[in-house]
Design a protein around this ligand. Structure first.
Ligand code: NAD
Ligand code: TDX
Length: 338
């Protein structure tokens, strides 16, 4: 598809900022609008080098606000919708914002899009968590959905709403369901960055339950490549799993991190399990493989590079841990469209 101008939601988050950087390399001349509310999870330093880029426009706003969408939609040919509340533990403590952002926010984006025929594609970023846990084998795109946390339940709502706007109203929707991403710019509340940064400071690594839970770890740039391929070659109305064949138990990852950093395994502390903790996620990604994608990064290589990145970006994550960004956003941050 020919894209001249694109709207990215949640572009100051982990995957969104990696994707904007990736997109800029692939399509140097397109206009990129980044609509981000700047929640605690956003980090404006992720795209600091884009300040000079005339074709990058940041708009501070909420996907729940129809008026901002009505200003942006006439300007773009495509949308990649990342914006969401994303931390499972927070969804257990305070689920309300997850339901509002994922479900109402995504509804608002789709409903508003009905009036904008110029938009040729709505790439919705869902997650492998919507299938729930699986002990053996892997879920296909048509497997039943069985989410088990308020996060994954609200993501399921968003995923199915996106599909319903394709099926009922003919909107050009494609759904991507990636597995756990890791790599640079991930918020330190998430497992891998938390363990790396705590280990760097010789702090305890709080491993939930017995550490037996398995995730399929996908390097964020591999995910960006998959999403870009869907923009170019994905079939409207279809969902695509994106996995990595990197299924690793949490305990093994914790040990790998301490070993890479030359720390002692006694830093690992088994703590109370997450409520409703899914044991294993696994998706079959044959469908996107047939389109011509497969992940390139091995987990050992990707993890080493990620550890290195956090080692070299202490100023970035220390600010996040101190909550400096959240405090700044609460006060003031100017959007380029008022
Ligand atoms: P993140 O938490 O790092 O970033 C989310 C971004 O969305 C932040 O910049 C935040 O400010 C913005 N945002 C939140 N609510 C908003 C709203 N109402 N309006 C506008 N902006 C808002 O998230 P991430 O880890 O980069 O995940 C991005 C997307 O990918 C999410 O939809 C997530 O569900 C999905 N996903 C993530 C992973 C993963 O491993 N990180 C895996 C599969 C799917
Ligand atoms: O302190 C911790 N200790 C621990 O043992 C944390 C934060 C996590 N864990 C475990 C829980 C999970 O089994 O590590 C695993 C990974 O946890 P998270 O990083 O919180 O990721 P997860 O719950 O698997 O969800 C992630 O992947 C899918 C993202 O946060 C979601 O946004 C995405 O959809």
């Amino acid at each position: 598809m020919n894209i001249n101008s694109i709207l990215i939601t949640g572009g100051y988050g982990f995957i969104g900022s990696n994707f904007i950087r990736f997109l800029r390399k692939k399509l140097p001349d397109i206009k990129i609008y980044n609509l981000d509310k700047l929640t605690y999870a956003a980090n404006i330093e992720n795209l600091k080098d884009f300040e000079e880029d005339k074709n990058y426009i940041f708009v501070r706003g909420d996907i729940k606000d129809k008026s901002i969408l009505e200003i942006l939609y006439p300007k773009v040919d495509a949308i990649v919708h990342f914006a969401a509340e994303t931390h499972v533990d927070r969804s257990i403590i305070a689920p309300g914002e997850f339901i509002m952002t994922e479900v109402y926010g995504t509804f608002n984006m789709l409903e508003t899009m009905k009036n904008f025929k110029n938009i040729k594609l709505f790439l919705h970023i869902s997650t492998d968590e919507i299938y729930g846990s699986i002990e053996k084998g892997s879920f296909k795109e048509n497997s039943p959905l069985n989410p088990s946390s308020p996060y994954s339940a609200s993501k399921t709502g968003a995923d199915r709403l996106a599909y319903s706007y394709f099926k009922t109203f003919g909107l050009p929707v494609i759904i991507a369901r990636p597995s756990n991403n890791y790599g640079p710019y991930q918020h330190v509340e998430k497992f891998i960055p938390l363990f790396i940064t705590n280990a760097l400071d010789n702090k305890e690594l709080p491993l939930y339950g017995k550490g037996e839970n398995v995730r399929d770890w996908l390097y964020v740039i591999d995910n960006c490549e998959a999403l870009f391929l869907l923009l170019e070659k994905g079939k409207i109305g279809e969902a695509y799993n994106i996995g990595a064949k990197n299924e690793v138990k949490n305990i093994e990852i914790a040990k790998k991190i301490v070993n890479i950093l030359g720390k002692d395994e006694s830093l690992i502390k088994f703590v109370e399990d997450r409520k409703g903790h899914d044991l294993r996620y696994s998706v079959d990604w044959t469908k996107i493989k047939k389109l011509g994608w497969q992940p390139k990064k091995s987990f050992d290589e990707g993890l080493k590079e990620t550890v290195e990145w956090y080692k070299n970006h202490r100023h970035w994550w220390e600010k996040v841990k101190r909550g400096e960004f959240s405090n700044f956003y609460k006060k003031y941050y100017k959007s380029e469209i008022q």
